[in-house]
Write a protein that binds this ligand. Sequence first.
Ligand code: SF4
Ligand code: SF4
Length: 435
Amino acid sequence: MKGKFTGGVHPNDSKDTRESPIQNLPLPDELKISLLQHIGAPATPAVSPGDRVLKYQAIAEPSGYVSSSLHAPVSGTVKAVEPSPHPSGRLIPAIIIEPDGRDEELDLSSSADPDLKKGPEAWKKMVGDAGVVGMGGAAFPTHVKLNPPGDKPIDLLVANGVECEPFLTADHRLMLEEPESLMGGLHLAMEMVGAKRAVIGIEANKPDAVEKIRSMDLPAGFEVEVLPVMYPQGAEKQLIYALTGREVPTGGLPMDVGVVVQNVGTLAAIFEAVTKGRPLVERVMTLGGTMPKGPGNYRVAIGTLLSHIVENTGGLEGPAAKIINGGPMMGQALAGFDSTMTKGTSGLLVFGPGESRVLKPRPCVRCGTCVRSCPVSLMPHTLGSLVEWDQFDLLEEFHVGDCIECGCCTYICPADRNLVQWIRQGKAELITRSK
Ligand code: SF4
Ligand code: SF4
């Protein structure tokens, strides 16, 4: 390890589900597959109401280079293409499929490369065709990341097994239970980007995963690095700095310093796409928090209603007061369980009354704690105040675009100032003004 990034915080990791093996969740009676599952343009439907679809059949096409395709997780009938609740809180068109219980699959033999003979360019296309997106939460289309421009040579592939968000343990279980897929995907991704070295970064609170990966007789050029437990250790730029000492420039990307980062779940999905031709139609997620009666790690079909997950794992201990899609630091608060699993849903957390509070911001006491916690050396107190005072024109002077929305500043502020919320609001206002 080369360095420690500046800032960061130490929330209790609360990873109580770390010992829970991955279980398959039963299929629901209806799937609502949102056309917006990734960063970039929403997918375009390729099916109409009344169509019969087979499991793995493409049901929506990418609508641009930074977009992604969607596939049916089951065989069944398309009932509608209509607006449906999305984890973002908006209504987004979704393809509604009623499963027929037969689980009839598309023949994937022509799109698979089990002997790995087709080569990197063909594999990139297979990953794109399989609708693989980043599964660490950001859901950036993976084929784009695997295609760095020729003037950005890549020497290092980083497998991100940090999972620094409290409560989430899906990546941890994947590393323990499916290390072969992860390592297979890592080999393939290295060849696709031309990297000669690979580092698998894992936080020190997962010693069994470190041992598991190290026991796999790693070939030359592969290393496992154990990183200190510190949030946001898994953020791309912070992880790259910690592992290599290289600083991704302001406004730049990891490829600018010769690195491509892929989440461990994404690497397993790359392996499935190339060796079996299997599209991304399900993922492992953590059901956690204090209220679920059946907390654990589940493999869930994309498009499954969140209410189905709760109902089929034993329900809740009592009324839900706070529901989060993802982790508590960067996840989205939900109003209910009526949205659905997307490819970026790493977790569903449910807390009861008294376990969360609505922040009532008080005046800033200029303690500077938020500045010390910021992993990109911003001045969160100033950014927050500029938004509070409607001084949006000054935000760019204070590099608001560099904020990774990690939430460290809000977490640490003794005056309960909801800094990250204000910063998000400020960024959104700048986008609106630029149109
Ligand atoms: S949310 Fe933004 S401003 Fe706040 S600590 Fe994280 S990067 Fe810094
Ligand atoms: S941590 Fe809160 S009170 Fe302290 S300087 Fe930052 S905004 Fe102000």
